[in-house]
Write a protein that binds this ligand. Structure first.
Ligand SMILES: [Zn+2]
Length: 449
């Protein structure tokens, strides 16, 4: 007998981009039956009125084994997350994989090896404003190869956080990635927030190495009036045959840690940023708007907190996500309860609500495709991203008429408020969200390449 049947739901077929009423049978973590007739099983879910989608794949996260970030992910329909982004990953990926497999996790995790924390610093290049030496670059290459052999799905860069890193470093690591058939997600280097050279740098890497590049959280990099121009540049590069895709979220206001190069006084001054554009996301001053006094006080006493930076036009979010080479992503990080940025709980429901239901910029099928099958192809997750017999039973059931985000910025509401309209999520065939609540299941696996 089947373990679970999901009956009467409307299943999204991402391959044909169509929807049909189907009944789905699950056994031992796999989809084993898709039928026109309702199925019998030990446990039966009545999905009448619900859309049955492959579980969402979040291509840009910093979940990295943080349990609460895993729970917030699955509650917004994500069943697989790609961590280790922006050049920051656990230093020893092998140890991380072992630990996660032992303790279990709410969702599946694939990992990138981070240029900054796991290669550069380990090779001895600890000054973020100075290029690595030739010997250090060689050592970074050896460490990168080891991580790719251990199962990392690529090398991530956060060039913004290591302004001193040389193009040689990036080229060398990109070349290794290409040799292993892996991807390079890049949080681009922004010398000022009008910096378009950062894109040319990537095109040069893509041209010389032929590597697959994923530009991370594009709107966070180029809002502030540059999104249209950035998109035109990327499209020209793609026409040239460069292998460039991107991910982007549902917000223009981004967040990062106070002690990064981004919030160095010189960078704030170079960009002519105002204090009122910054809101503290975590810790003692959560929800407070920045001032000069608070800035200097926090730099001294609380440099580890996260700050949200407000800029950009909402329209840029839609202009970006409607493009066929862009996938939705959260940029979710690990925060304490009640802290952080609304992207941690709201991204995917907001995406379906705004892009599909409210603005009709994407059909439901197309939107689901960009959140499931497309990322599975880009990262080579052969068992994920579609509902077919034999594939992993990662499934997200949502109400297309009701799905919506409830999360808000910390000076206005709760950044981790759960969304509405996602009653059931299955991870590896295990019911991990039931009636919108996390069940405590930890059936997520490590995905090694
Ligand atoms: Zn980033």
């Amino acid at each position: 007998m089947l373990t679970t049947a999901i009956n009467h739901g409307v299943m999204v077929d991402v391959l044909t981009k169509t929807r049909h009423q189907r009944n789905i049978g699950i056994q031992e973590g796999k989809i084993v039956q898709i039928s026109d007739r309702p199925l019998e099983a030990e446990s039966v879910i009545d999905a009448n009125g619900l859309t049955v989608s492959p579980g969402f794949i979040d291509v840009h996260s910093h979940v990295d084994g943080d349990n609460y970030a895993g729970i917030l992910s699955v509650c917004q329909g994500i069943t697989t997350t790609v961590g280790g982004n922006c050049g920051c990953s656990p230093v020893d990926l092998n140890a991380f994989f072992r630990e996660q497999e032992e303790i279990g996790f709410p969702i599946h995790q694939a990992m990138l090896i981070g240029h900054q924390t796991s290669l550069r610093e380990r090779a001895g290049a600890v000054d973020r404003y100075r290029p690595a030496t030739k010997e250090q670059v060689e050592k970074m290459g050896i460490l990168a190869e080891k991580a790719l052999q251990d199962g990392a799905c690529g090398v991530s860069f956060g060039l913004d956080y290591v302004p001193g890193s040389s193009l040689d470093e990036v080229m060398e690591l990109a070349r290794i990635c290409e040799r292993y058939g892996r991807i390079c997600p890049v949080h681009t280097r922004l010398l000022t927030d009008k910096d378009m050279y950062s894109l040319y740098e990537l095109f040069q890497v893509a041209r010389e190495t032929k590597v697959d590049i994923l530009i991370s959280h594009f709107v966070y990099q180029y809002c502030n009036g540059l999104v249209q121009e950035g998109l035109r540049m990327v499209e020209k590069a793609r026409r040239e045959g460069l292998r460039i895709q991107m991910d982007s979220g549902m917000y223009t206001n981004w967040t990062t840690y106070f002690d990064t190069a981004t919030f160095d006084l010189a960078n704030i001054q170079n960009n002519h940023w105002h204090w009122e554009q910054m809101v503290v996301a975590t810790g003692k001053y959560k929800g407070q708007i920045m001032s000069e006094e608070l800035y200097h006080h926090m730099k001294k006493e609380y440099p580890k907190e996260a700050i949200i930076f407000f800029e950009g036009e909402e329209q840029e979010v839609y202009d970006c996500l409607v493009k066929p080479y862009v996938m939705p992503s959260t940029d979710i990080g690990a925060y304490a309860k009640g802290e952080g940025h609304p992207q941690i709980a709201g991204t995917f429901p907001k995406y379906l609500k705004e892009m599909v239901r409210e603005r009709k910029l994407l059909s439901l099928e197309k939107a689901v495709y960009k959140a499931t099958w497309m990322p599975a192809q880009v990262f080579g997750f052969a068992q994920k991203g579609e509902i077919s017999v034999g594939k992993d039973a990662d499934l997200t059931l949502f109400d297309a008429e009701k799905i919506c985000d409830k999360a808000d910025y910390p000076h206005r509401g709760a950044p981790d408020a759960r969304p509405e309209g996602i009653p059931y999520v299955f991870v590896d065939g295990v019911l991990t969200v039931k009636n919108g609540e996390y069940t405590g299941a930890c059936s997520g696996k490590i995905i090694k390449k």
